[in-house]
Design a protein around this ligand. Structure first.
Ligand SMILES: *Cc1c(COP(=O)(O)O)cnc(C)c1O
Length: 370
């Protein structure tokens, strides 16, 4: 999608409620905490019971749907969105290909709850999936850039090859948001997003969504939500709607910061390695330029060892030691503490919206003191 088209789409996202508003209506979407609706006689209308529909979810789905240019189902967390896709698309005997280096809990969910139901899965590294044999899979799962290694997969190439053998392609677009990467336009069938991260952006809510252009796929995900009861709260939906309104500003700032910092970090003598798709040294830099609109706000940073990494994180004033990413505040963590297959000194740095020079001065001082 051309930049001007995406600008138009984000402007429409901001104004998506206008056409439905009448004089005196609140401009902000109302938070509607209700389990039941006024429902005399034969059931009719959109709002009948709180597990099936809620006006605050609908407001957020309207905004996200405008941004994704697709139908959207909101869920109470990123993992709930991933579970919705699994349960909406898979049956006994199906096989799934998952990234070996992607978000760990996606694989854990498959291992603990899909395998006992007769769904098998294999894993493949993100950088290899465009060449992997795809015959026999019902779902091919892509996470790009992968979390935390930031390897990049060619979504269009995977979609072409998967569709040729009758598989569906799902992209976990959490690290990029719909502003940074457009998987549905590249041929993916479904997108999942942990809106907990950049979309909500303020580290104060867990949330997720599924997007698809195929009406039957999205209907299945919605039906799963309704029957499983895995529904978002109206307060949380409202927070995400509010966060989404500044996504474009925050994302531009965070990516601009990350692009500048990645290059400077790569030049610092205490840093062994920087993984960032925006650097020419990244093995998939050319693909990243083609496929992504920006290079994202995550930087993989390798320091000599565990001690140096912990001292670096502890030595920064403007870096919060925390897991998760995509928030207004810069945060960092050593991923080996969770058992990820990365060196002990590997840090996932989530670059925030702080003024760039103040942030760089802080990171540099902490590195200089190691
Ligand atoms: C955080 C994350 C998830 C899970 O989201 P939750 O809201 O924590 O359930 C899924 N995929 C990716 C890539 C993530 O980073």
């Amino acid at each position: 999608m051309a930049s001007s088209d995406l600008d138009e789409r984000f402007a429409r996202t901001l104004h998506h409620r206008n056409a439905r508003l009448a004089a005196g209506d609140p401009l902000a979407p109302p938070i509607v905490p209700t389990s039941t609706y006024w429902l005399p006689g034969d059931p009719a209308g959109e709002y009948q019971y709180g597990r099936w529909a809620n006006p605050t979810w609908a407001a957020l789905e309207g905004a996200l749907g405008e941004l994704e240019d697709a139908e959207v189902v909101t869920l109470p967390s990123g993992m709930a969105a991933i579970a919705a896709v699994f349960y909406a698309t898979l049956k006994q005997g199906d096989r799934v290909l998952l990234p070996s280096d992607g978000y760990y809990t996606t694989r854990a969910l498959a291992e603990k709850f899909l395998v006992p139901l007769g769904v098998r899965f294999d894993t493949c590294a993100t950088a290899e999936v465009e060449r992997a044999p795809l015959q026999g899979y019902r779902l091919v799962w892509v996470e790009t850039p992968s979390n935390p290694g930031l390897d990049v997969a060619d979504i269009a190439a995977v979609a072409r090859r998967a569709h040729a053998v009758g598989a569906l392609v799902v992209v976990d677009n959490t690290t990029m948001t719909p502003l940074g990467q457009r998987p549905l336009e590249l041929g993916a069938d479904l997108v999942v997003s942990a809106d907990t991260k950049g979309v909500a952006g303020h580290s104060d809510v867990l949330f997720g969504h599924v997007a698809a252009r195929d009406a039957s796929l999205i209907a299945q995900a919605r039906d799963w939500r309704r029957h499983a009861g895995c529904i978002p709260g109206p307060f949380e939906a409202w927070l995400v709607h509010r966060g989404l309104e500044t996504l474009e500003l925050r994302f531009e700032r965070m990516c601009g910061n990350a692009e500048a910092l990645a290059a400077r970090l790569a030049d610092h003598p205490r840093v062994q390695r920087v993984a960032y798709p925006g650097l020419a040294a990244h093995p998939a830099h050319a693909l990243a330029r083609r496929q992504m609109r920006r290079f994202g706000a995550l930087i993989g940073l390798t320091l000599p060892d565990r001690d140096a990494a912990e001292r670096f994180i502890g030595g920064c004033r403007f870096v919060r030691p925390a897991t998760s990413f995509g928030g207004v505040h810069t945060s960092a963590e050593r991923r080996a503490r969770w058992g990820d297959a990365v060196p002990e000194g590997f840090i996932r740095l989530s670059v925030g919206c702080e003024p760039q020079e103040a942030l760089w001065a802080d990171l540099k001082a902490a590195l200089d003191h190691l």
